[in-house]
Write a protein of this length. Sequence first.
Length: 155
Amino acid sequence: MKTKKIKIKTAKAIQVKRIYLHFGYELVSEINMGDKTELIFQQLPVPNQSKIDKLEKQYCRLFKKFPIAATIFIGIGIILLFVGVFTKMPGYETVNITLISIGSFSIAISIFLYFGFLLTIIYREKIIKAIIKQAQIIYPVDDSKYADAALSAIK
């Protein structure tokens, strides 16, 4: 059985409990540390485990803080573009054109990656709902006990 530890703000603990319930996890322990809470989950045997794991990975990827791949592509693109533009060697014009082309292509890819990252941030809640809906179809669970706790926390 897989175990997962998550440290989050106490205000979001109920929401995280509900979400991980859909991925086949059971709350084993909850430790309050002031404004933070540590949740320890244990994954139960679930039918279609590979599909549930895939949905869980998609959910976790939504919370990336920085688009590393886009930054790497833009760095490589800028370097290749500058080398291609500012290195003038007679007889090697095709090398310069190739470097400029690859650099431009790399920058274009990074723009698309940054755009995708921005859209993911904007539509994060809708994507989470879609992931939970798919997980509910694969592994139906009743999360009403957490819904009641969420209502009592609001009051």
